[in-house]
Design a protein around this ligand. Structure first.
Ligand code: F6R
Ligand code: MG
Ligand code: MG
Length: 365
């Protein structure tokens, strides 16, 4: 049996109204294009959206960073951009930063999370998709899932998890990476990942090197060199039998956490777990939200999805997120609702500062 690869590739190529949700015509086109590749380039596929982001979930046997798979995703986004332009959807083609495909969609606008693995006897996989936030948003949750025994009792009582996990952290500004073994180095890990705008967890591995989780780490505005939109990351997490259980993987989403990326990519807001029916951004262009689709991966076929946050078990966190949203919204244009100045460099604020630059006079004290 060849190894299975899961590639989750996403882009915002237009939405309605404003940056709220993906149009059904785009979802239909993308699903059709991927289905034609079933049994050819792809083993299986599933198309969905979170807010204004079109999400392509693909399985195949060609490994990560495969040129043909990336090219297919690029072509899907290009075709969907055409439809978005015809319908005059908002931000049509927004995340397509290049005119032509050149080998890999990384660095060209779309976000990518991929992993290749040997299927176990039964292989549950959770795919998380977010809107109105940045890749570092996953840091908190990955730490809770794979390093916090108060979230994941399996770390304490299951011998197959007891050794802990290895976290690969990428420095998106310094362009470097490092690995930390947990629990031994959990304080060192936290020293970095507590600054999620710069340090992001890219992968989690078992101590024997088996892949456990993979995230998209593309920062759209850094790639574009100007404000385009938010990165709106995706994440793949394997569950059960030697990994945290399905329930341990989604449990940390019961905590209302503030993340960056709300309104104009410039505000902090609560990260709300929602079912697909609520995966549409409205209030203040948000609030930031996340959907989770659970699959069994069976010989590369995607059995599912199960809409994991479509559950009254998550009603309370949604209510708490709404409360938090009221509290932080009341601060209007003030920090810490608005992002720090350092992070505002990647928004539209510098253009305003440029306009006012000549008005400033030196202080002579
Ligand atoms: C987009 C986003 C939105 C926009 C805002 C302004 O992902 O987060 O909040 O930044 O709606 O959009 P423009 O500048 O296109 O009018
Ligand atoms: Mg948009
Ligand atoms: Mg988006």
């Amino acid at each position: 049996m060849p190894k299975t690869t899961i590639s989750v590739i996403k882009a915002d190529v237009g939405s309605f109204p404003g940056h709220s949700r993906t149009h059904p015509k785009l979802l239909e086109k993308a699903a059709q294009m991927l289905k034609t590749e079933k049994g050819k380039l792809l083993t299986d596929s599933f198309v969905t959206h979170c807010g204004d982001d079109l999400e392509l979930i693909m399985t195949h046997t060609h490994g990560v960073d495969n040129e043909k798979v990336h090219k297919l995703a690029w072509e899907v986004f290009m075709e969907c951009t055409k439809i978005a332009k015809t319908l005059k959807l908002y931000g049509a083609g927004q995340d397509m930063l290049a005119d032509a495909f050149s080998g890999n969609v990384k660095g060209m606008g779309p976000g990518v999370a991929e992993m290749e693995f040997e299927e176990r006897g039964s292989d549950p996989v959770m795919v998380f998709m977010a809107d109105k936030t940045e890749p570092g948003a996953w840091n908190f949750y990955l730490y809770k899932i794979f390093a916090d025994p108060f979230n994941t009792p399996g770390l304490v009582i299951d011998p197959s998890l007891h050794e802990g996990f290895i976290f690969e952290v990428h420095d998106l500004i310094g362009k470097r990476k490092i690995r930390f073994a947990c629990p031994e180095e959990s304080y060192s890990l936290l020293a970095y990942i507590g600054a999620p705008s710069r340090y992001v967890i890219k992968y989690v591995f078992k101590k024997d090197g088996t892949i456990a989780a993979s995230t998209s780490t593309q920062r759209l505005n850094m790639m574009a060199g100007r404000y385009v939109g938010k990165d709106d990351p995706v994440m793949i997490v394997r569950a059960q039998s030697g990994f945290p259980s399905m329930g341990e993987v989604i449990e940390p989403f019961t905590i209302p956490v503030l993340v960056a990326g709300w309104m104009r990519g410039s505000h902090h807001g609560p990260f709300m777990p929602v079912g697909l029916c609520d995966a549409n951004c409205t209030r203040f262009d948000g609030p930031p939200r996340v959907v989770c689709f659970g699959f069994q991966v069976t010989n590369g076929t995607l059995i599912g999805p199960a809409d994991m946050f479509d559950d009254p078990g998550f009603d309370r966190v949604r209510a708490r997120c709404n409360k938090l949203a009221d509290t932080i919204r009341a601060q209007g244009p003030f920090e810490p609702h608005r992002l720090s100045l350092e992070e505002m460099e990647y928004t539209t604020l510098p253009a305003v500062e440029k306009k006012l630059a000549t008005r400033w006079e030196p202080l002579r004290e």
